[in-house]
Write a protein that binds this ligand. Structure first.
Ligand code: DGJ
Length: 737
C-alpha cells in the first residue's frame, strides 16, 4: 500500500486513496503550494500546472502560487493567514520554505490533545512536512494523514521555535485550504441553548464569513464544523467538503472570498484571545482538523464522519459495546428528591426494562437548588442517608447499573471550596466576576486545581459501584484570566484551560476504563469531536421535545453518529416548550440515538407503562441497528415542506433497516405520501411492518428496488384518518426475507 506519493522531480506530494486526493508541491522559491483537494486523481502524474493562480501576486517573493498550504501574513497574500508569529522585533513577516518531509505508516498520537487514531499501521499513512523561516527559525511542522478507506484527510501542525529568540504565536490554524473558486454554499450548525445545531446554509459572498466561539467551550451557538457545498447540493448529490475540528475550546471556522472569486477556508483555535509564547526550542501542538470530501451530497459526507468518529475517534471499552437504556431523574425531580424517591424511580423503571439509573444534579453539599455547593463533592446525607455507595448498591440490587452526574469544572460562590480557595475561580483580580447560573468556573489552566478535582472525583468514583458518569458544564468563561500566568502569557489561558479539561478526562477515563462517560454542557453546549475522544456519547440537548429534537438530531447527524447522541423520552407537557406529543412519537424520535427516559415512571398510567415496556423491548431488539447502523437522512427540516421529517438506519449488510417518518402538523385531506428509502439491497425482498403496530397496516412484502425507486407508502390504509392528529409518527421495520 502506498497512500502518499512523493515525486522528487516535480517536488510534489500526492496523498491518494480511491475516494480522495490531496496534492501539494514545493515551488521553486521553496513555498509549499496547494494544488488540489477533492475527488481522487491519477497517481504518477504531475499536477504542477494547477499551481498558478489568476492573481499575479507579488511575484518576486511568492513566485507563481498564491494557493499556499500554510499562508502567513504581510508578504503579498492579503487574505486571512494560517500562521501569524510575532517575533522579537515586533514584526510578523515570515517566509516559510520547505525543509524536509517524512512519510510514515499509521498515524502518531497528538501530544496532549484528543485525536483520531489507527489500530494498525496499515490503516493509514502520515506525512510531516517541515517548513521553516530562515531568519527567525520558526518552523511549521504540517502533518497530513490519509486513511486507506475513508474520504478524509486529517491535518494538524506543530509550531516550533527553532530559533534563538522568544516568539509569540498569534494565530495558528489547524488547516487552511484555497479553493479555485467561490461558487459554494457555506453550511454550519448553529443555534442556542435548547435548539442546538440547526443547519444553516448561505451562499458565499465576497469578504470574510465565519462561525466560532470565544466562550471557552465549543458552545451551543456554533459547532466546530463547516461545510462548503455546491449550490443546491442535497443528501444524495452535489460536492461537499467538510471541515471538523477535534477541539472543545475557542475555535474559528472561516471562509474568505477574495476579489478574484477564490475561497480560502481555515479552521483552528480562534486567534482572538489567543497568543502563545514560544521560547527557543518550545513547540505548540495544534488540534487536528478532519477534512472530508463527498462527491455525492451530505449523505456520503456524514457516512465518512460517522464511521471515523465512531470507530477511530471514540475509544475505550464502550466504543463498540451496546449502550444501556438509562433513566435520568433530572426532569422527574430536579433538585427535589430523597433516597426513597430515587429508589422508587429506579425500581419502577427497572420493571419497564430500563438498565441504568442516573442520579443527576443535587446529590452533594447542601444543594437544593442551583445557588450552592458546586465544588463540594461530598454526598448530602440529609437527602441520601446511605450515601452514594448505599444508593448505588441498592440500585444494583434491583438489577440495574448506577450512574452519577458531576460538574467538575465549576464552583459555587456558596461552597466550602470557594470559601477556602476564592482565587481558584477564574477572574481578574480587583474586578467583579460575572456569575452565570450562580456559579464560577475553576481555573483548569492550573495543574494543581485539576489535581485537586481529580483527587475528589476519583475518590467518589472508586467509592461505589458507579458504571456511568454524566460530566456537565453549565456556564461559559467570562473574565478570562489566570493568576498563575504572567501578564504576557494571558493569551494562553483559554487553550490551557481546554488542555486541563482534557487532562482530567484522560486521567479519569484511564483510571475507570469500565465507566461509560457521557459529556454534557447545559445540553449540547460542548458536543464536539474533542470530547467524543473521551466520552463516546453526549447529551444532545436539554430540549426533550420530540418536534424540536427532529431539527436538533438532524443537524447533529451531519457530523456525529447516532451512537454519540443521547436522546430521551420526557414527560408532557414538555418542560422546554409545553408541547404535548404522543408517547410513541417521543420514543420514535429518541430511538434514533442512545435511548433513554427522563421522566417519573411512578406517575405514569398503566397504559403508558405498557407502552413504555413495549418501546424498551423494541429498542433492545434493534439496539445494534440504531446504535451502529448506517444513518441516512431522507426528508427533513431542510427539505420538503418543513412539516415532515424522515430518516432511517440500515445494517452494514443492508438486510435490516428501520425508517422513521414524522409529521409535525396534521392537515385535512392529505395527499398520499411515498417515501423513497436508500441504502437497501435492490435485489432483496423485505418484510415491512409498522411500529407502533397498526391493525390497518399488516406486514407486507416489498422489493428493495421498489422501496428505493418507487418508494414506500406512508399511512397506507387510513391515510385520510383525521384521528392521526398532530405530531404523528410511523416507523417501518424492514427485514430481508
Ligand atoms: C444541564 C444538563 O443538560 C441537564 O441535563 C441537567 O443535568 C442539568 N444541567 C443539571 O443541573
Amino acid at each position: 500500500m502506498s497512500l502518499i506519493e512523493w515525486d522528487a522531480a516535480s517536488r510534489q506530494l500526492h496523498l491518494r486513496n480511491d475516494a480522495v486526493s490531496y496534492v501539494m508541491r514545493v515551488h521553486d522559491g521553496g513555498a509549499l503550494g496547494h494544488l488540489h483537494f477533492g475527488a481522487a486523481l491519477s497517481a504518477g502524474r504531475s499536477y504542477a500546472h494547477l499551481g498558478p493562480s489568476s492573481f499575479a501576486g507579488f511575484s518576486n517573493r511568492l513566485d507563481q502560487p498564491v494557493a499556499l498550504e500554510y499562508p502567513t501574513p504581510a508578504s503579498g497574500d492579503f487574505r486571512v493567514p494560517a500562521l501569524t508569529v510575532e517575533q522579537e522585533d515586533g514584526s510578523t513577516v515570515l517566509d516559510l520554505a520547505y525543509r524536509s518531509h517524512r512519510i510514515t505508516p499509521g498515524k502518531p498520537e497528538l501530544e496532549g490533545l484528543p485525536s483520531t487514531y489507527v489500530e494498525s499501521a496499515r490503516e493509514a499513512e502520515t506525512v510531516e512536512v517541515v517548513l521553516a523561516d530562515g531568519r527567525s527559525g520558526v518552523e511549521a511542522r504540517l502533518s497530513y494523514t490519509i486513511f486507506e478507506n475513508a474520504p478524509v484527510i486529517i491535518r494538524t501542525a506543530a509550531i516550533v521555535n527553532g530559533g534563538t529568540q522568544t516568539v509569540k504565536v498569534r494565530c495558528a490554524m489547524s488547516a487552511s485550504i484555497d479553493f479555485a473558486d467561490a461558487g459554494w454554499e457555506l453550511v454550519h450548525l448553529s443555534g442556542a441553548w435548547a435548539r442546538e445545531r440547526h443547519v444553516v446554509r448561505r451562499l458565499l459572498a465576497p469578504g470574510r464569513q465565519s462561525v466560532g466561539s470565544l466562550r471557552g467551550a465549543s458552545g451551543h451557538q456554533h459547532n466546530p464544523f463547516i461545510a462548503l457545498a455546491s449550490p443546491g447540493a442535497n443528501e444524495e448529490s452535489g460536492e461537499v467538503y467538510g471541515f471538523s475540528l477535534v477541539y472543545s475550546g475557542n475555535f474559528l471556522a472561516e471562509v474568505e472570498v477574495d476579489p478574484y472569486s477564490r475561497a480560502r477556508a481555515r479552521i483552528g483555535i480562534h486567534p482572538e484571545a489567543f497568543a502563545w509564547t514560544l521560547d527557543p526550542g518550545a513547540a505548540l501542538q495544534l488540534p487536528e482538523a478532519v477534512l472530508a470530501f463527498s462527491p455525492a451530497g451530505f449523505g456520503a459526507l456524514s457516512d465518512a464522519y460517522h464511521r471515523l468518529y465512531r470507530e477511530r475517534l471514540a475509544r475505550g471499552a464502550w466504543r463498540d459495546r451496546p449502550r444501556p437504556i438509562l433513566i435520568n431523574n433530572w426532569e422527574a425531580t430536579y433538585f427535589g428528591f430523597n433516597e426513597r424517591k430515587l429508589l422508587e424511580i429506579a425500581g419502577s423503571a427497572r420493571d419497564l426494562g430500563v438498565e441504568l439509573f442516573v442520579l443527576d444534579d443535587g446529590w452533594f453539599g447542601a444543594r437544593d437548588d442551583d445557588t450552592s455547593s458546586l465544588g463540594d463533592w461530598s454526598v448530602n446525607r440529609r437527602k441520601l442517608p446511605s450515601g452514594i455507595e448505599g444508593v448505588a448498591t441498592q440500585v444494583e440490587a434491583l438489577g440495574m447499573r448506577f450512574g452519577l452526574w458531576i460538574e467538575p469544572e465549576m464552583v459555587s460562590e456558596d461552597s466550602d471550596l470557594f470559601r477556602a480557595h476564592p482565587d481558584w475561580a477564574i477572574g481578574v483580580p480587583g474586578r467583579p466576576r460575572t456569575e452565570e447560573r450562580n456559579q464560577y468556573v475553576l481555573d483548569f489552566s492550573r495543574p494543581e486545581i485539576v489535581d485537586h478535582v481529580h483527587g475528589v472525583i476519583s475518590r467518589i468514583l472508586a467509592s461505589a459501584p458507579i458504571s456511568y458518569v454524566k460530566w456537565d458544564m453549565n456556564r461559559n468563561i467570562t473574565e478570562p484570566y489566570s493568576t498563575a500566568l504572567p501578564p504576557d502569557r494571558q493569551g494562553e489561558f483559554f487553550h490551557r484551560y481546554t488542555l486541563g479539561v482534557y487532562d482530567l478526562y484522560r486521567r479519569l477515563t484511564a483510571e475507570f476504563p469500565q465507566v461509560l462517560f457521557e459529556s454534557c454542557a447545559g445540553g449540547g453546549g460542548r458536543f464536539d469531536p474533542g470530547l467524543l475522544a473521551f466520552a463516546p456519547q453526549a447529551w444532545t440537548s436539554d430540549d426533550t421535545d420530540a418536534v424540536e429534537r427532529l431539527a436538533i438530531q438532524w443537524g447533529t447527524s451531519l457530523v456525529y453518529p447516532l451512537s454519540s447522541m443521547g436522546a430521551h423520552v420526557a414527560a408532557v407537557p414538555n418542560h422546554q416548550v409545553g408541547r404535548i406529543t404522543p408517547l410513541s412519537t417521543r420514543a420514535a424520535v429518541a430511538f434514533f440515538g442512545v435511548f433513554g427516559y427522563e421522566l417519573d415512571p411512578t406517575q405514569l398510567t398503566a397504559a403508558e407503562r405498557d407502552e413504555i415496556r413495549e418501546q424498551i423491548a423494541f429498542y433492545k431488539r434493534h439496539r445494534e441497528l440504531f446504535q451502529r447502523g448506517r444513518f441516512i437522512r431522507l426528508a427533513g427540516p431542510h427539505g420538503d415542506s418543513g412539516n415532515e421529517t424522515a430518516w432511517m438506519v440500515v445494517s452494514a449488510d443492508s438486510r435490516a433497516a428501520i425508517a422513521g417518518f414524522y409529521r409535525a402538523l396534521n392537515r385535512p385531506n392529505p395527499a398520499p405520501r411515498r417515501l423513497r428509502l436508500r441504502g437497501l439491497d435492490a435485489g432483496l425482498r423485505y418484510r415491512v411492518s409498522v411500529w407502533p403496530p397498526d391493525p390497518y397496516e399488516p406486514a407486507a412484502e416489498r422489493g428493495g428496488d421498489e422501496l428505493m425507486r418507487a418508494g414506500l407508502e406512508v399511512g397506507a390504509g387510513r391515510w385520510e384518518a383525521a384521528g392521526q392528529g398532530d405530531f404523528w409518527c410511523r416507523l417501518f421495520v424492514l427485514e430481508a426475507i
